[in-house]
Design a protein around this ligand. Structure first.
Ligand SMILES: [Zn+2]
Length: 299
């Protein structure tokens, strides 16, 4: 199977920019790694799709990170994507289950009231641009649209979909982002709204029926002339974790825990929670860490 990528389009009059993606494989990969239950799968999956779509409108090597922090039981949800197609996602509470599924897979209550923070990183720049807005819906897509409007004065239509089978397994995931540039002919905006209201496009259903990324945007842009832009970066689940970061996580352990590991004389296996990559930490490394922590505790 060929690798998916985020497809980018622009209206012929250049006032609409559009991105669309079939992200089924990477969202499925995230689910397999983190064993996410339905609500977490949908929340992280939609966030990953949103991040991919937003990142495709940046420049080479730039990244966008979305952090949803709500007071609901799902807690925080994080997704990050780069212009070059790398994406990862994570939630602190992947196995959260509601008392019942009367609300279906609505995220509103699971996420709760809170904030969306968006960070944009550029290479060689220490301080990322960061904007924070209140969550308006907790369903991810509308919250991203609210952020784009509040922080960048961009009106947009964000449609994200993650479809699960009856076992809660990801069957499809993808989305469409349409951004309206300043100076747009309002008739064009009305046309998109009318298309949306008339056709009620269901992204995950369309993907399930075999739609390509190009097919996804058709119902939204009926009657509008557009063309595709080049953006040839395969979508890939990628985590920039390193052994150093894993070692830093071990610094949170108590002296007793570290001593315990040393006594057992068995190398420690640590797994990155975001990508599942295994790291082996040797006994000498644990000893060195214990020494380092002891020294720094003296200051
Ligand atoms: Zn990792």
């Amino acid at each position: 199977m060929s690798k998916e990528r985020v497809h980018r389009f622009v209206s012929k009059d250049l006032t609409l920019r559009i991105a669309a993606v079939n992200a089924t494989e990477v969202v499925r990969h995230m689910q397999n790694l983190q064993n996410t239950y339905p609500l977490a799968t949908v929340a992280v999956g939609r966030s990953m799709v949103g991040a991919l779509l937003m990142a495709a409108q940046l420049k080479d090597d730039q990244m966008v990170g979305l952090l949803f922090r709500g007071n609901g039981p799902l807690g925080s949800i994080y997704a990050e994507a780069s212009y070059n197609g790398h994406v990862r996602g994570y939630t602190a509470n992947p196995q959260y289950q509601p008392a019942n599924y009367d609300n279906g897979l609505s995220l509103k209550e699971a996420i709760g009231i809170g904030l969306l923070s968006v960070a944009r990183h550029q290479p060689f720049q220490k301080q990322p641009f960061q904007g924070t807005v209140e969550l308006v819906s907790g369903e991810i897509g509308q919250d991203i649209a609210h952020y784009l409007h509040q922080s960048h004065q961009i009106r947009s239509l964000v449609s994200l979909g993650v479809y699960l089978d009856t076992y809660g397994k990801v069957q499809s995931a993808g989305g469409v982002l349409i951004e309206v540039m300043p100076g747009v002919d309002e008739a064009l905006v009305e046309k998109i709204q009318k298309n949306y209201d008339d056709k009620k496009p269901n992204i995950s259903k369309m993907l399930l029926d075999g739609a390509s990324a190009e097919d996804l945007i058709k119902p939204f842009l009926d009657g509008i002339a557009y063309e595709e832009l080049e953006h040839d970066h395969p979508v890939e689940y990628f985590c920039p974790c390193t052994k150093d970061r894993v070692m830093r996580a071990l610094e949170l352990l108590s002296n007793e825990d570290l001593e315990d590991m040393i006594e057992k004389q068995e190398p420690v296996h640590v797994t990155c929670q975001v990508c599942g990559r295994p790291y082996d930490v040797s006994i000498p490394e644990v000893k060195a860490l214990k020494e380092k922590l002891y020294k720094s505790s003296l200051h």
